[in-house]
Design a protein around this ligand. Structure first.
Ligand code: SF4
Length: 752
């Protein structure tokens, strides 16, 4: 067996550093262990990483470019043909309807964000301006609230150093998001000086460890958080001096909470008022509180409102800009746009593009509208929207209505099955790859994974960087400066290259617009082949060096200006494992508050009336026809979006059971392992039942990532588990951000 290779787990945003051993033929990942030298994960890994070979050698790998035939099947074509025809079909849409009708979806999952840079170049070369990805069904409401209040993406807290840790709609035990999550949770739970708080309708694994488990009714987070703030204000324990020093507009927000009827809000939420008052005192009296909201509220009713009230809770507890509280990171590249403007709208539904992303839930309806401004072509890259977006059937119908679609991916996904062309790529272990999930503070980390194996000998796959460079060349849009830039680099070195690149950008807007592919074709051609797809990071490194030189220098990178930028880029491509690229002081968060007056803005005008509306109480979404609340997409021990297509990866819960509480099961005469019929307004399916004390009456859950269709011979597909989005409706979405209510689906359950 080979030596250990440093790489990373790509199953969640933590991207823990791992080391792997390959089989003698170099084709299989046979052993996996945590990488003790990785500065963030420090050797930690969870059970999900142990069998990543079932991703690398998954069942649905696409190994050659494929073109759809008239009978709906696919035929192999060579790369020259594929690139020529894909470019021609995209150009035809541009020429007939305008480049803005070419939509781009995806660009990366939990472990691969480099494709996005190159894919957006192709879209830009065509004149495309509308795009979206998974963030627009989870994080855009939160990001917009953060941008409105802080002028920055302020998301999570300093759980290593907090006195109190608060998780809202989040179970880090399984969904992570916190480095070394289980160790960190245990450390907080065991320390008598520290307190762990969980807001969750379920008795999650994190809730089991918690000092305070606020077990609210599903979808009532807005009422509980409003009541929490109201108690802190009513009992005069808010951090008033801190608010006076750092916050603008709080006086106009405060009366909204003075009017909250705490007892009534607790009753509506199913929460014990005494417990909530004890929690309010603990939070207000703590030296530091770290907070984290996640999909349990962000894919639920009132998601944008909850993000807002949650952040107001930070203010009354003084939870920002100090050790153990909330912070603003120094990102290598911001994952989310922090412009709170609502000026840009989607072309048909007229929905605001928060973070410049079209809400996922309106994409299909815009295509199907018949409106002249609808999207006509789609480039879908390393994403599986036909499985992951609400109402899968509607998305598939929309795909088939397009004039053209191309999927760029590793596997024959549920989305690829409906594309006109499929362009196959190297896997995440066969090419240089990275994510921009660099959310750490005060130390922040980056990891460019080097390829550790070659694609199969009989495969004809390319990296996304190469695919997009070829499409842009075929379109005739590659800036002619590329050749000169490459020669400058070869003959005069990196400094002269940097100057020439800046001049080229100034003289030709296309060089700036298509910078990732220009860098790939010029700088990338001079890099070692295994890291060439990382060429786009050169521009990113120089941008960070200009923006935050001190943070880089504190991390040990030397030089100023472009020398510092090159030092960072060299470190990126030379380090096969993660490294610390930024070291901050806690006060730096305040310098990164980019509001007009440099203070936190408490008053988010668009959401004020929604706080007032809470006084009317929760509106029931269940009915006699659909009496249960289904939480679709629960993170469990063996769930990982759709990246694992082989159901054998799951060591337990292979079918992805429907969890329900014993009382509900008894009422329906269902036993553990029984099959039940699950229906929603969008569809119905059969599910295996798991009776679980974790659920409360009326609340049931299904895991994410199940129900994938794999070929099983003779043109047939086989499926294990339920595809959750065959049960969700795209119209069930947040009024503001358009994010779906996957965690709040009215459902009916009957014995099958
Ligand atoms: S799934 Fe587990 S091992 Fe993989 S990155 Fe996340 S926490 Fe780390």
């Amino acid at each position: 067996m080979s030596e250990w290779h440093a790489t990373a787990c790509m199953l969640c945003e933590n991207n823990c550093g791992i080391e792997v051993k390959l089989s003698d033929d170099g084709r299989r990942i046979e052993k996996v262990r945590g990488d003790a030298a990785h500065p963030a994960s420090k050797g930690y890994l969870c059970q999900k990483a142990s069998r990543i070979d079932l991703y690398q050698n998954g069942p649905a790998r696409v190994t050659h470019p494929l073109r759809r035939t008239a009978d709906g099947d696919y035929e192999r074509v060579d790369w020259d043909t594929a690139i020529k025809e894909v470019a021609a079909r995209l150009a035809a849409v541009r020429d007939e309807y305008g480049g803005d009708k070419v939509f781009y979806f995806g660009g990366g999952g939990q472990g691969n964000h480099l494709p996005g840079a190159y894919g957006v170049s192709t879209q830009s070369a065509l004149g495309g301006i509308y795009r979206s990805n998974a963030l627009a069904q989870e994080k855009t409401g939160e990001a917009w609230v953060a941008a409105s209040m802080f002028g920055a993406y302020v998301r999570t807290g300093d759980f290593d150093n907090c006195e109190v840790a608060v998780f809202i709609g989040k179970n880090p035990w399984h969904s992570h998001g916190v480095n070394r999550a289980r160790i960190t949770l245990h450390e907080i739970a065991k320390d008598p000086e520290r307190t762990l708080v969980v807001f969750d309708p379920r008795v999650s694994e994190t809730a089991e460890l918690a000092d305070f488990h606020i077990q609210l009714k599903p979808g009532t987070d807005a009422w509980v958080l409003a009541a929490l703030i109201a108690i802190i204000l009513e009992e005069n324990i808010a951090h008033d001096d801190w608010i006076a020093e750092h916050v603008s507009g709080f006086d106009s927000v405060r009366p909204l909470f003075d009017r909250v009827a705490v007892a009534q809000y607790c009753e509506w939420s199913g929460v014990d008022e005494t417990q909530l008052r004890l929690l309010a005192r603990r939070l207000a009296g703590a030296k530091s509180v770290a907070w984290y909201e996640d999909l349990g509220v962000q894919m639920n009713r009132h998601s944008t409102l909850v993000s807002y009230i949650h952040r107001l809770a930070w203010l009354v507890t003084g939870s920002f800009g100090k050790a153990g509280s909330q912070f603003v990171i120094n990102p290598l590249r911001p994952l989310v746009n922090s412009n709170p403007s609502l000026a840009r709208k989607s072309p048909v539904a007229d929905k605001p593009l928060l973070g410049n992303l079209v809400p996922c839930n309106v994409i299909a309806e815009e295509i199907l509208s018949g409106h002249p401004d609808r999207y006509r072509a789609m480039i879908i890259e390393t994403a599986n929207p036909a499985h992951s977006l609400a109402d899968s059937g509607k998305f598939i119908e929309a795909m088939r209505k397009l004039d053209f679609s191309v999927v760029i991916d590793v596997a024959m996904t549920e989305t690829a099955r409906h594309a006109d062309y499929i362009l196959p790529t190297a896997t995440q272990y066969e090419k240089a790859e990275a994510t921009f999930f660099n959310f750490e503070f005060p130390h922040n980390y980056f990891h460019l994974r080097h390829p550790i194996m070659a694609p199969p000998a009989d495969a004809d796959v390319l990296t996304e960087a190469e695919i997009h460079a070829r499409i842009i060349e075929e379109l005739g849009e590659m800036p002619e400066e590329v050749e000169g830039l490459r020669k400058t680099l070869e003959h005069q070195g990196r400094e002269a290259f940097a100057q020439a690149f800046n001049v080229a950008q100034a003289n030709n807007p296309a060089v700036r617009r298509l910078a990732p592919v220009v860098l790939y074709r010029s700088l990338g051609a001079c890099l070692p082949e295994n890291v060439a797809p990382a060429a786009a990071l050169w521009g990113v490194a120089h941008f960070v060096a200009q923006r935050e030189p001190g943070a880089l220098q504190r991390a040990g990178l030397e030089g100023e200006g472009s020398t510092l930028g090159d030092a960072l880029f060299n470190r990126i491509i030379d380090s096969p494992r993660g490294f610390t690229f930024s070291v901050d002081e806690y006060e730096m968060s305040w310098e990164r508050v980019r509001t007009a007056d440099g203070r936190i803005n408490a008053k988010v005008e668009h959401l004020i009336s929604s706080i007032e509306d809470l006084a009317n109480g929760p509106q029931a979404i269940t009915s006699p026809e659909y009496p249960f609340v289904l939480s679709a997409g629960e993170r469990r021990a063996y769930t990982a979006n759709t990246i694992f297509r082989d159901p054998d990866w799951r060591r337990k819960d292979r079918d992805g059971a429907l969890r329900m509480c014993p009382a509900d099961a008894a009422r329906l005469s269902l036993n553990d392992g029984d099959v039940a019929k699950l229906s929603t307004v969008s569809g119905h399916t059969e599910v295996v039942v798991e009776i679980s004390e974790r659920m409360q009456p009326g609340h049931v859950s299904l895991p994410n990532g199940m129900g994938l269709d794999n070929a099983s011979g003779a043109g047939k597909l086989s499926r294990v588990g339920t595809a959750p989005n065959e049960l969700t409706a795209s119209g069930h979405r947040d009024f503001f951000a358009g994010t779906p209510w996957h965690k709040m689906v009215p459902a009916q359950i009957e014995a099958a």
